[in-house]
Design a protein around this ligand. Structure first.
Ligand code: ADP
Ligand code: ZN
Ligand code: ZN
Length: 709
């Protein structure tokens, strides 16, 4: 411990120019994170104090000093000078995990904007009373508990299982990937690896080997999985290998249950945590590895402030903990591919499916030709034929409808008017009960009989939601057993698992669904995958349309032919020549990335350059517009810093929940330049006169935004 010498008041002003004060949380009860107290930083302690530092401070009237965590630094006293007390000492040896997490929160605040409290409450678990009696075992957990009852020794090393001989050996590519990692790890080399393995190449097996090596070295592991891929199948593979040292986090856990997992992780009872992006903040004190499975998934980007990308935060947490990172995907993000090219990541590849199973054969069907030939339905004649063949041979079919939101809107055939939500400026959705609903705010109204603008009675819905395709299929194949999986059919807890296990048990012939059927499932009897409306995701409204389409098509194809029989994919599209579609048909990741990166650099889109979206919300349209203009002017004045800023626009959704939305888009080659301009905007908007003039307006930041705003 370093003792601080008290300085006379005269000295203080002379020596330090900035950051004379620290905001300190005394007790991390986590319930009131904004409850910090300001202390003075004695000169000697200045170099060793940063966000996350553990310090000793006098508190209240108590004779003994208390331990506190530094959560903020400033050069402005919040109280009269004489009321501010000094930090007594800083503890540089003991670095509890909380201080790591607080430091991470500080990094997140800096990189993504928002308040420190918002970052802290993202990173630190909120302590709530666990009401044991109320905890219902969740399905996946219940299954796992069952599995764990089997006698099993699990020490995290190879050969820990009774059923060892049932596990086939790694193939050469898997072995090479695992060995490369393990050798590096044992030599103290920490890196980020991109495990690029085609669909069905056995990536999970490789993760398990890597995790085994890290556990054997006494460190813990975080495995990030998109929520939707947290299937029983996936979870079982981890708990089979590592037993009760694995815990699963998912969105259905209560705060209390989540907190309990965190506590067990802190005590070391749990060594591996599996879960979606928030699993990143598990308080393991010594992490050796963070795995980010399906690293290309957009669900890794948080849509709440701070709008962080879990892949980026994983890299940062690993850096702070001296851990390695493994990013895995069959369709790596162009961001990761660019970093491999730049030498930042090391590529490990699994170029073949296990047991040398071939990748499926893909055929592109031009739907414009279908229309010319008089087929107006959503299912081409080729796909019809292929489905019939599968049904005859008792093989299974997956039909994937690109996007739930695409259809179901109601419009007038005479004047073209679409019925929209009065609060949100998006089209209302027609449901079976004849009610029109808004998906953003829940507004609903009965479907009108005549058009409000022209009075025509030719008003109606567009076909091609999952329900209408299900009806069509049932008509075409009266004997087929069809399961439908979309947001409507998975409203209740357990629906998702139930549908998947029914299909896995071959209790249905066709599974029709949206995006959610594409991810990570392993059905060995599926030999045909049909993709309906492949190009809709090309027009999602942002620059990532090509990448999303490529991912979806390759991942959908990845569901075909995972068993003994060869798989086949039919892709229906109105744009058969688009490179995202032609490359996906060949599963040509490198060819796609080359085209896509050329396009991104031409238009200066991420990952080649970076974008900061300043989101402006206002209760008043004129005020919002004026605020957007002022922010634009503030940024334009910073232009020396290699930025470009576009004129403010109304949001693509101009109004939501009665708040008007405006956007200012800023681009820069360097991410840090955008962090700098964010700081400038933040400082400007928090101060007078802006804060007073635009009191009904709020400003948020989104770095490298995805989707539409
Ligand atoms: P991916 O995640 O790359 O799509 P998975 O990890 O799901 O692939 O593996 C696909 C299937 O192959 C799984 O059923 C898995 O148990 C099996 N598998 C993995 N490795 C091997 C291997 N070396 N030999 C035989 N089967 C394997
Ligand atoms: Zn009309
Ligand atoms: Zn609405």
């Amino acid at each position: 411990m370093q003792r601080a010498r008290r300085l006379s008041g005269a000295w203080k002003g002379l020596i330090r120019k900035a950051m004379q004060y620290a905001d300190i949380i005394i007790d991390i009860s986590h319930e009131r994170l904004d409850r910090s107290f300001q202390y003075r930083i004695p000169e000697e302690l200045c170099p060793s104090i940063r966000i996350g530092s553990v310090v000793a401070v006098p508190f209240g009237n108590g004779a003994r000093n208390r331990q506190g965590f530094v959560v903020g630094l400033s050069d402005e006293p919040k109280l009269p000078e004489e009321k501010i007390r000094d930090i007594v000492s800083v503890n540089e040896k003991k670095v509890p995990v909380e201080s790591q997490l607080i430091e991470l929160a500080g990094w997140m605040r800096q990189h993504y904007g928002g308040t420190l409290t918002q970052s802290l409450s993202t990173v630190l678990p909120v302590k709530k009373k666990v009401q044991r009696r109320k905890i219902q075992p969740r399905e996946p957990e219940a299954e796992r508990a069952e599995a764990e009852k089997l006698p099993r020794k699990s020490d995290g090393t190879n050969g820990s299982l009774a059923s060892d001989d049932a596990v086939p050996p790694l193939n050469t590519a898997q072995q090479n990937a695992a060995d490369t990692f393990q050798k590096d790890y044992e030599n103290g080399v920490r890196k980020t690896y991109l495990l690029f393995g085609v669909t069905g190449s056995g990536k999970t097996r490789v993760y398990l080997e890597m995790i085994g090596a890290v556990l054997a070295a006494g460190r813990s592991v975080i495995v990030l999985i998109p929520e939707i891929a947290l299937t029983r199948q996936n979870i079982e593979r981890f708990s089979e290998r590592f037993g009760d040292r694995v815990a699963v986090l998912h969105s259905r856990l209560s705060d209390g249950e989540r907190y309990e997992v965190y506590e067990r992780a802190k005590r070391g009872d749990i060594r591996i945590v599996l879960g979606p992006r928030s699993a990143l903040f598990v308080p393991f004190s010594s992490i050796g590895l963070i795995v980010v499975d399906e690293e290309h998934e957009t669900s890794y980007k948080s849509e709440q402030v701070p709008k962080y990308h879990a892949r980026e935060v994983a890299l940062q947490r690993a850096k702070m903990a001296d851990a390695s990172v493994v990013l895995g995907s069959a369709t790596p993000s162009v961001d990761s591919l660019l970093r491999v090219k730049n030498g930042e990541y090391q590529m490990l590849s699994l170029p073949q499916r296990v047991k040398e199973r071939p990748l499926p054969k893909t055929t592109i069907v031009d739907m414009r030709e279908e229309l010319k030939a008089g087929n107006r339905s959503m299912i081409s004649s080729l796909l019809r034929e292929k489905i019939a063949g599968r049904l005859e041979r008792q093989e299974q079919v997956l039909l994937f409808l690109n996007r739930r939101g695409m259809a179901g809107f109601v419009s007038c055939r005479s004047c073209g008017q679409v019925i929209k939500c009065p609060h949100c400026d998006v089209s209302l959705h027609q449901h079976r009960d004849g009610i029109l609903r808004c998906h953003y705010c829940g507004h609903n109204e009965p479907q009108p009989k005549t058009c409000r603008s022209c009075g025509s009675k030719y008003i109606g819905g567009f076909r091609a939601g999952t329900q209408s395709i299900e009806n069509l299929l049932q008509k075409l194949y009266p004997k087929a057993r069809i399961l439908r999986m979309d947001a409507d059919s998975t409203k209740h807890k357990g629906d998702h698992d139930r549908i998947l296990s029914q299909f896995a048990a071959h209790k249905a012939d066709i599974l029709l669904g949206t995006q959610m059927i594409v991810k990570g499932h392993d059905f060995s009897d599926v030999t045909l995958v049909g993709v309906l409306a492949a190009d809709l995701s090309l027009h999602g409204g942002d620059y990532t349309g090509g990448e999303r389409t490529f991912d979806l098509l390759v991942q959908a194809g990845g569901r075909a032919g995972r068993g003994e029989r060869q798989g086949e994919v039919i892709v229906q599209t109105y744009q058969p020549d688009h490179y995202a579609i032609t490359a996906a048909a060949k599963a040509d990741v490198n060819g796609f990335a080359e085209r896509e990166l050329a396009y991104r650099s031409l238009l200066r889109y991420p990952p080649v350059a970076h974008i900061l979206l300043v989101q402006i919300f206002s209760g008043d349209p004129e005020e919002g517009q004026a605020a957007a203009q002022e922010i634009h002017a503030v940024v334009a004045a910073e232009k020396g810093k290699k930025l470009s800023v576009a004129k403010p626009t109304a949001g693509m959704i101009a109004k939501m929940k009665d708040r008007y939305r405006f956007a200012v888009y800023i681009k820069a080659a360097e991410y840090d330049a955008l962090v700098g301009v964010k700081d400038v905007i933040e400082a400007h908007t928090k101060e007078e006169p802006f804060a007073g003039r635009f009191s009904r307006t709020r400003v948020f930041f989104d770095f490298d935004p995805l989707g539409m705003f």
